[in-house]
Design a protein around this ligand. Structure first.
Ligand code: G6P
Length: 484
């Protein structure tokens, strides 16, 4: 089996990560199953020339080699905070209003990708398979090709793809299309993302769909397919500490765990919970919402704004509705180690996952995985999370509709045991079938097939038995607010 070489901006030991993003979780799962090399940013920044070197530091983690590079302050500012998180992140999450198109960002973004490519070049072996991850690293593939690398090369985007017209608002959209064409395979989270990406190639750079389903872009033929990221359910459950410190709360708990990001729909979630307590006062004193929202990218202005908004909103709702012996919203602006979350999820009656836009959302999957099958809680999930394309047995909500979310909280709290068990069983079946190993295996099999000139059927077309079974089982469930 050829070696796998992974590249992403963020690298890390997921067991130590406070609240790792989906990328780190997914790659760490891949590397537990298959040895390889993982190159990324060390998380450090500095001023010395040493910060722009092309010789990485190495460390070993569970049989894999991790190679890391620091960033200079300017690179951190223009490549990471700037182009990655103040241009690509907002636009790809359909928040064009928050994008900051500043001169210099794009050039530094490409420069950092070139430095990563130059760093990787001497480490590569002829039969390595290269798998590049996420929006920070779009140009990396083309930079490697320019250096003469012909290895099979795949790219996976963990965040959503915006509609073509929005994508084309980015001044450098043609360059981004050109960079994407350097890969053999572009993997995306959902079928909707694939439709947007193909549309983008057609509209932006006259891409043409070929008879075998591949796309001809510039002078290359590439494949675009969806591979929804999953979790390794067993290892997530095994990660819980032997002695749990988590005590069941006297009140029934709704749980939210999201980085404090404007894409996560946190103000909408707080408003919906406040509205629920106003509309259904019998539930006051009996229910709480715990929201864990660790800080993230705080030097980007939009993140400071969302933090202020959330703090004033939770204060307002608690001030208006709280009592001496009951605080409705527990808002925790700190991270919690991932392994502690198993018990937190299990002791929460509702997993409340309401992003305005999200590539996948692994919290939705982890919440379901942590439930007791004999008395499971209910997942309330935004239709705009990639996970909603798979997790049709959750209670699906529109996060912009506060009334609907308030009513759905009541439905979830009052759902009978049998229905909760049926939904949970169907959801777990999907999580187990499309787990992290399926994701990795199917992406790499497709990359292998594409690189050798064959093609495989798209995700779902083969009619996975477990998924079919889950859908058939669900057909017998009551339909109220059921699937979408
Ligand atoms: C999302 C992105 C990841 C990123 C993570 C955490 O999940 O898709 O690429 O690593 O957020 O964000 P950060 O900026 O801290 O790496």
């Amino acid at each position: 089996m050829s070696r796998i070489v992974l590249v992403s901006n963020r690298v890390g030991d997921v067991s130590k990560a406070a609240l790792a993003g989906g990328v780190v979780i997914a790659i760490a799962d891949v590397l537990r199953a298959r040895s390889g090399l993982w190159l990324g940013w060390s998380g450090k920044t500095g001023e010395k020339a040493e910060e722009t070197r092309t010789t990485p530091d190495f460390q070993e983690m569970d049989g894999a080699t991790i190679a890391t590079l620091p960033l200079s302050h300017r690179e951190y500012k223009d490549y990471y905070l700037g182009y990655s998180n103040a241009v690509l992140w907002p636009v790809f999450h359909t928040r064009l209003d928050l994008a900051q198109f500043e001169a210099g960002y794009y050039q530094r973004y490409v420069d950092v990708n070139r430095r990563f490519a130059e760093t990787l070049l001497p480490l590569l072996k002829p039969d390595d398979t290269i798998w590049v991850h996420d929006y920070h690293m779009i140009p990396l593939g083309l930079e490697l090709r320019k250096l003469g690398v012909n290895n099979p090369m795949g790219f996976f985007l963990h965040i959503p793809v915006p509609p073509a017209q929005l994508f084309m608002a980015i001044p450098e959209y043609r360059d981004l299309a050109r960079s994407l064409s350097g890969y053999d395979l572009i993997g995306l989270q959902t079928r909707a993302d694939c439709a947007n990406m193909l549309d983008f190639f057609k509209n932006a750079v006259f891409g043409r769909i070929l008879q075998d389903g591949r796309m001809r872009v510039f002078d290359r033929e590439i494949s675009v397919k969806s591979f929804p990221v999953g979790i390794d359910m067993d290892s997530f459950l095994e990660s819980r500490p032997r002695r749990s410190r988590e005590q069941p709360t006297p009140a029934t708990r709704l749980i939210g765990v999201d980085r404090l990001d404007y894409t996560k729909g946190l103000p909408q979630k707080f408003r919906a919970f406040g509205r629920f307590l106003e509309k259904y006062p019998d539930y006051r004193r009996k229910v709480i919402l715990s929201q864990i929202a660790p800080p993230t990218r705080e030097s980007v202005v939009a993140y400071a704004d969302i933090r202020n908004e959330l703090e004033s909103l939770s204060g307002m709702i608690n001030g208006r509705l709280g009592e001496l012996d009951w605080v409705p919203i527990h808002y925790i602006h700190r991270s919690t180690p991932r392994r502690m979350l198993v018990d937190v999820y299990q002791h929460s009656r509702i997993g409340f996952v309401t992003p305005l836009r999200d590539g996948m959302n692994l919290v939705a999957k982890e919440y379901v995985a942590a439930q007791d099958p004999d008395d499971p809680g209910v997942l309330v999930l935004s239709r705009f999370a990639g996970a909603a394309e798979q997790m049709k047995q959750a209670l699906i909500v529109n996060p912009y509709d506060v009334e609907e979310m308030a009513d759905t909280i009541k439905i979830a709290l009052e759902m009978g045991l049998q229905e909760r068990k049926d939904r949970h069983r169907a959801l777990v079946s999907g999580i187990r079938s499309y787990d992290t190993f399926w994701w990795c295996r199917s992406f790499l099999a497709e990359l292998d097939a594409v690189a050798s000139g064959k093609t495989l059927p798209p995700f779902g077309a083969a009619g996975d038995e477990a998924a079919k079974k889950a859908t058939i089982e669900l057909a017998g469930l009551p339909s109220r607010l059921s699937s979408n």
